[in-house]
Each structure stands twice: as C-alpha cells, then as structure tokens.
Unconditional design. Structure first.
Length: 220
C-alpha cells in the first residue's frame, strides 16, 4: 500500500462511518446467551480465580453493557505461602450496542498510565481447534515491573485484532445487519521469568477463552 493511500485509509473509514452510523438508532440489541462470568475458567496456570469489580467511575468511562473481571492468584495454602509475583487477570467487556462516540475503548489507550509505559507491541497467533486467530500483544513496564497483555475483539461471528478492520466491520454490520454487539477480551500476566514465558502463559489462557466467550455472546 502506498504512503498516501495508507494515510487516507483512516480518514475514509471515518467518513463512511459518519454515513453508516446515521442509522444506528434502528440497531437491534441482542442479550447475552449466558452470564459473561460463566465463560471465565475457575482456575488457570495453577492459580485460583476470584471475581473482581470495576468502580462506577471506571464503568461509566468504559460504557459497557456488562462485564466480567477475574483475578487469578496462588491459593493461600500453596507451599510456603502465596507468591505475589504470580498472578493473571482476565477481563471481558460486552457492548450490546455501539454508537458514534460510544464504542469499545482500545486497551492500548486505557491501560498505559499511572506510571505504566508501553515498551513494544505487535500481534500473536493462537492455535485453537480447527483454526488459528491473531490477537494483539503488547508489553508494559512500571519501574522494575513488566506485564504482558493480549487482547482482541470478539462478536458477530468474528475474532479480530486489527483496530481499523474492527471499526470497518462495525460500520458495515450496523448498516447491513443492524447489529453492533461486540466484546473486548483482555488478558494480563506479569513478566517474571521472561517475556516468552509470559507469552506462553497468556496464550494458554487465551486459547481456553475464545470458544467459551463465543458461547455466551449473542449468536452470530
């Protein structure tokens, strides 16, 4: 793709979006088929999960219809005591309807802050039964602490990572199918041994999530 075409692609999407989203007041809002929490495993990587909550202020900014957040930590009776360096978090935010000015916020815009700095970003391929999917991957640092993040967008029969393509599909489906329901799935793990080791751990969690999440979201 030429530099000029690449420059104009986001602009074109925004212009078309203004036209297509003009009819979003006629959108359908389909309910979840099951609670989001039922898609999250009770345990991962030998860690035990507990449900966590998001503050009202954060929820207002996120604008989701529903969410599930689970923190995974060592059980209290493990060995000589829990290792605070071992943990993981899984978040799924569901939006039954997206409109102009009220869409899913990219984690790359939300997580950095409070001392966190993005070190690198890219994509990662997950192998799931019958197919492969690509998800976003990026590395954060806060002082001497590093964390690895995997995230993707899921809904209406798709698992997607490309922000521009996600927006384009949203606009087309709003106009053609009258649907904009979608979920953001995000996994965060600390970097303890190495980035590669953390990527393997996050990937293991991710491959366990995709099909269960699809099962609770509105049917494609």
């Amino acid at each position: 793709m030429s530099a000029s075409r690449s420059h104009w692609t986001p602009v074109a999407i925004l212009l078309v979006g203004c036209i297509l989203l003009g009819g979003t007041h006629r959108q359908m809002e389909l309910p979840l088929r099951a609670p989001l929490s039922s898609a999250l495993p009770a345990d991962v990587l030998g860690l035990t999960g507990r449900s966590a909550t998001i503050s009202d202020a954060e929820a207002a900014v996120a604008g989701f219809t529903d969410y599930a957040l689970r923190i995974y930590e060592p059980a209290a009776g493990d060995g000589d005591g829990p290792d605070p360096s071992r943990w993981a978090s899984v978040y799924v935010g569901f939006y039954s309807r997206q409109t102009r000015g009220k869409t899913i916020h990219s984690p790359r815009n939300c997580l950095p802050g409070a001392g966190w700095e993005e070190l690198s970003s890219g994509t990662h391929t997950l192998s799931i039964p019958g197919s492969e999917v690509q998800v976003n991957q990026y590395l954060l640092q806060n002082g001497s602490t590093q964390a690895l993040v995997l995230y993707w967008y899921q809904g209406r029969g798709r698992v997607a990572f490309n922000e521009y393509l996600v927006k384009w599909n949203l606009l087309v489906d709003a106009a053609v199918r009258r649907r904009t329901d979608e979920a953001l799935v995000r996994i965060v793990v600390p970097v303890v041994e190495s980035v590669d080791a953390s990527l393997r751990e996050a990937s293991e969690i991710a491959t366990e999530l995709i099909r269960p999440v699809a099962g609770v979201l509105p049917a494609p």
